[in-house]
Design a protein around this ligand. Sequence first.
Ligand code: AMP
Ligand code: GLY
Length: 421
Amino acid sequence: MKIMVVGGGGREHAVIKKLKENKSIEKIYALPGNGGIAADAECVPIGATDIDGIVKFAAENAIDFAVVTPDDPLVLGAVDALTAAGIKCFGPEKKAAIIEGSKVFSKNLMKKYGIPTARYEVFSDMGKALEYLDTAPIPTVIKADGLALGKGVIIAETREDAKNAVKSMMLDKIFGESGSNIVIEEFLTGPEVSVLSFTDGKTIVPMVSSMDHKRAKDNDEGLNTGGMGTVAPNPYYTKEVADECMKNIFLPTVKAMNEEGRTFKGCLYFGLMITPDGAKVIEYNCRFGDPETQVVLPLLKTDLFTVMNAVADGKLSEIDVEFKDENACCVIMASDGYPVKYEKGYEITADDSIDGEIFIAGAKKENGRLLTNGGRVLGVTCTAETLKEAVEKSYRAVEKIHFGNAYYRRDIGARALKAGK
Ligand code: AMP
Ligand code: GLY
């Protein structure tokens, strides 16, 4: 069997390494992959948003199954185009990927179906948004409607900051057309939990919960990033919270999407906040999270391809999806200066004796050497019986990996360890 994975980051590397455990898979292509993924898959220089190129490659190379992981190709309709060409896929169709592609859509969906989320207003007129901010509760949260490389959310602590945020999105268009419509929503408080799930539109199976560390610096300071590390499971996601989420959030979301004629099949990601009033949805993603995937998949016991194939066939209820009763910690090693400005092109080396997995996110191969080529360079994941051991193992492994200008947070897992006590 030949599989194609669309994307080229740490998440895709984690997916590919897990798929490789299935011995019936003879070949995995990564489009475009990266210099590190090249050790585990054949990388093909076709961009993740080049839908025509992806479909052509799949048809010409008799691909049996395609996994589309990043948000942009999903929102652009990669799965629809591949399916139309007769290629079986894991991932939602365009009409379902809108759950991430449009915040206005997802907020309205939650309101219509009574799914708990922050109170909000939608604006397409800047004057009205600014007027609303004269009396809106502060702090407030301003969100661009469309995809904005994970940066379309501004938390404003003052009225002035809020108004500036609106102007930057609607007038200066810092997020392009994504900011033509905006959502202004209530600021919520509480610990955040990421829950990735498999769903075929009938059954939903939550994966082990995880905790992202989005800020660039220790103690959750500095700018928002794509994620500087993760741990799983998340100690704030207790059995009671999980039951509440299944009843009030997960099942109602699957049902709501069906009722809208937008059945979601693939990995549905719930970004949750456990507020004093219960769990609420901060955001939906139509895909695996990154770096959440780098801790969740190493804990998956069931064969990943079997699960993805069952999702594609609408037969998820027929299989058991099991996770190891262990803990995982992923520390992201980045280029210093990320997410703003950073240098690239340094050689990455590692001592042989690393007791964990390395997922490469931003690297290229040149003359046999692996060079840094991105902000987030790689993720180091270790698993262990306890979270404390997993965290310690990951940091021991990080010390054995070297590249110029390397930067990483020193406190991944610290909050979870405190909460778990
Ligand atoms: P997102 O890009 O949607 O993941 O949002 C980035 C981060 O902004 C989230 O992980 C939260 O920490 C924060 N955030 C988003 N919405 C809210 C909200 N309504 N209240 C408080 N924090 C929020
Ligand atoms: N780590 C958050 C995301 O993938 O959106």
